[in-house]
Ligand binder design. Structure first.
Ligand code: NI
Length: 388
């Protein structure tokens, strides 16, 4: 089950790019230096068709195969942004920017896609066009959506799209995915409850906002247990609860709750939203108080299409001895979901071995996973668009 020999040769170079990016993390859409690095590398490989500024700071590059008899186009995507975390790995190539760290391995993803690009330019052993998608702002900024809104799929005629993410806890170089929902949607809500403040000794003259908000929290938890079909997975968490009272003898006038709803089922997402509004507003009303709900939609459910998942797994089996075909979905979210809403495709986990979890200050991307990741991209392209 070999990775491509060429990637063994390129491994030191790709590791060097990865560590350079690791030392210079950038956040959200402010990935100018990273994008410039990507463009420089692509130019050095001989990629001519490079477009910057898609989704503000995203980079899109097209590589033509030796032939193009059917007009086939495949998109391969990597994310470029880091996290607002202060690194605590002690690595000699640790982040040089305090408070910013590649703690999710996007430096690895970007370098892997660059490595695949170098190979694809050198060999062009396919019939059609590969579109490389380097996106900003995966970590909460919806950079993938911004690129789609800029016409990514239509402008480059992308027919199917693939992406990967490293996964701590999975053996280095192993792959895991599943057809259907793989990662959850993630929406946030804020509920501002307004009662009537007053003296703690005269509750009858007040409307106790703390009590009302507490009832709302309890009632919100009935949504998952009483409204959602038990075969579906939904999690609702109220993460913050604050009131404007700062004294034990004062009844609060206002309270603010913040929470999140995550699910693997788009229909549950709509139902949960409707119920959060209803439960908050009507519970408050029952006490003579008022609740104002603000809903902040986040990333959709990441849904792999069955046929493309089969292709992704086939390519994985060709380059790795360890491939998990029906991995359990997990509840983080991922803005590759927006690309999968527009085109068929698949997202796959690439084993990162036994490290701290993503988003942890001691997380470390394992450079030994690079050849497998590059080989998977190359294999996919050559299998989906075989040379004529
Ligand atoms: Ni990530």
């Amino acid at each position: 089950m070999p990775t491509r020999n060429r990637f063994a040769e390129l491994h030191p170079d790709i590791t060097g790019w990865r560590r350079h990016l690791h030392q210079h993390p950038e956040l959200l859409y402010d990935v100018e230096e990273t994008a410039a690095f990507v463009v420089d590398r692509l130019k050095a490989f001989g990629v001519e068709d490079i477009t910057t500024g898609i989704g503000r700071t995203g980079v899109v590059a097209a590589i033509k195969g030796k032939t193009d008899t059917k007009g086939r186009v495949i998109g391969l995507r990597a994310d470029m942004d880091a996290l607002p975390i202060t690194e605590a790995t002690g690595l000699d190539y640790a982040s040089t920017v305090r408070g910013k760290m590649h703690a999710c391995g996007h430096d690895g993803h970007t370098s892997i896609l660059l490595g695949a690009a170098q190979y694809l330019v050198e060999t062009r052993n396919f019939d059609g066009t590969v579109v490389l998608i380097f996106q900003p702002a995966e970590e909460g900024g919806a950079g993938g959506k911004a690129m789609c809104d800029d016409g990514l799929m239509e402008r480059w005629g992308i027919e199917e799209v693939y992406g990967l993410h490293n996964m701590p806890g999975l053996p280095v170089g192993a792959f895991a995915t599943r057809p259907g929902p793989l990662l959850a949607s993630s929406d946030e809500f804020e509920i501002v409850v307004t009662g009537k403040g007053g003296h703690a000794a005269a509750p009858h003259a007040a409307i106790d906002t703390t009590l009302v908000a507490s009832q709302i929290v309890v009632s919100l938890h009935s949504i998952v247990s009483r409204n959602i079909d038990p075969i579906h997975r939904v999690v609702l968490t109220v993460g913050t609860f604050e009131t404007d009272s700062t004294a034990s003898n004062v009844i609060a006038h206002a309270a603010r709750l913040q929470g999140t709803v995550r699910t693997l089922d788009p229909s549950c997402r709509d139902l949960a939203k409707e119920r959060v509004y209803r439960v908050a507003e009507d519970t408050a009303s029952a006490f003579g108080a008022r609740a104002e709900v603000t809903w902040v939609p986040g990333y959709p459910v990441t849904v792999n299409t069955p046929e493309e998942t089969a292709h992704a797994l086939e390519a994985a089996r060709a380059v790795s001895a360890t491939v998990i075909e029906n991995v359990d979905p997990i509840l983080p979210s991922e803005d590759f979901a927006y690309m999968l809403e527009q085109r068929p495709g698949a997202y796959i986990f690439l084993g990162n071995g036994d490290t701290a979890m993503c988003h942890h200050p001691q997380y470390m991307f394992d450079d030994d996973a690079i050849p497998a990741g590059c080989s998977w991209f190359a294999e996919l392209v050559e299998r989906r668009m075989p040379a004529q």
